[in-house]
Design a protein around this ligand. Structure first.
Ligand SMILES: NC(=O)c1ccc[n+]([C@@H]2O[C@H](COP(=O)([O-])OP(=O)(O)OC[C@H]3O[C@@H](n4cnc5c(N)ncnc54)[C@H](O)[C@@H]3O)[C@@H](O)[C@H]2O)c1
Length: 310
């Protein structure tokens, strides 16, 4: 199939491009910027443009079977600072994308939603897809809104879709200087001899998924051909909960450097715990994670150590 990845030169997009190519698909990456970490790949068709520009998006969508929507303007922790911006930049531009997908008869849109924020404070763990959705950050609300529009566009226009409620991905090509992605940020600090910053007491539990496993799930989700009443919303994570303090412990066993931690006051947009139930994805997508946390952290450390030397 011909796949377009909007945001294809970022962390998840680049790993997804590799997974799609490995599965025999053709990839176009649409992004504002080239990859921060790697040279261009002759197997990928690169298109540069702005997701906010309808003309750029129309040109990019034309001729593709699948569209993966990964470009987003906000992050969970900062989205509450300016909800108007979150709504304006993410929801409106996504609707323009969906209109382009209708116009060019795209077979499937895969949207990366957020397993960490759409449910809000969980009533029970692990969280199933039919758990109530009460986000405590604007980012979670805009992700959910887009999920609803996808359902509406399928109902009105027969545009098919899959929603991936992704947990916390980590691994190669993740920016250690970003404001999201605890494992890469922690490892980046250790590499530079800086302390690790933890907001709260470090007991906050999250579901960390190695990016190679997440990328395979994304490919499976595009290949998946559901019947009318079959699920289109999937949690993708490891299904395991790990506290930040446990991450630090695992990381100490991997890195050959001193690890220091500084604790700061907790942030209001952080839910206390989030672990996803991934049984629906296992069943419908014939997928399950293969890389455990220790091995994944080692792979990430090896990659980061390598890029920091070049
Ligand atoms: N990384 C995570 O922890 C995580 C977790 C759950 C969901 N997600 C979602 O996954 C998606 C991708 O995340 P990521 O971690 O790969 O982010 P990233 O920042 O590494 O990659 C995003 C890419 O999109 C591009 N982009 C952003 N705005 C654009 C625009 N207007 N026009 C063209 N390109 C644009 C950026 O240049 C970048 O290359 C986002 O929707 C994010 O909300 C991420």
């Amino acid at each position: 199939m011909k796949a377009l990845i909007i945001g294809g030169n970022g962390f998840i997009g680049s790993n997804l491009a590799d997974a799609l190519i490995a599965a025999g698909h053709k990839v176009t990456s649409f992004d504002r910027y080239p990859s921060r970490y790697r040279e261009t790949d002759s197997r990928i068709n690169y298109v540069y443009g702005d997701f906010a520009n309808h003309g750029d998006v129309l040109d990019a969508v034309k001729g593709n079977d699948w569209v993966f929507h990964l470009a987003y303007t906000t992050l969970p922790a900062s989205s509450n600072d300016d909800p108007c911006y979150d709504v304006r930049s993410n929801i409106i531009d996504t609707l323009q994308l969906l209109d382009a997908c209708r116009e060019f008869n795209v077979k499937k849109v895969v949207f990366i939603s957020s397993g960490g924020t759409v449910y809000g404070v969980p009533q029970q763990l692990p969280i199933q897809e039919d758990h109530p959705t009460d986000p405590i950050c604007s980012y979670g609300i805009t992700k959910l809104t887009i999920e609803k529009y996808l359902k509406l566009y399928r109902h009105l226009h027969n545009l098919d879709y899959v929603v991936i409620r992704l947990a916390n991905p980590y691994g190669e090509l993740q920016n250690p200087q970003a404001k999201q992605g605890a494992i890469a940020v922690f490892l980046g600090n250790v590499l530079q001899g800086k302390p690790i910053d933890i907001w709260g007491d470090g007991q906050v539990v999250r579901d960390y998924i190695y990016i190679g496993d997440a990328a395979k799930a994304l490919v499976r989700s595009a290949e998946y051909c559901p019947e009318e009443d079959e699920p289109r919303v999937f949690n993708i994570g490891s299904g395991q909960g790990t506290s930040l303090n446990d991450i630090v412990k695992t990381l100490k066993g991997v890195v050959d450097k001193e690890v220091n931690v500084m604790y700061h006051p907790a942030r209001s947009a952080d839910v206390p715990a989030n672990v996803l139930d991934i049984s629906r994805a296992k069943k419908c997508l014939s997928w399950e994670p293969e890389i455990n946390l220790g091995d994944g952290i080692r792979k990430t450390w090896d990659w980061l150590s390598h890029v920091s030397k070049n």
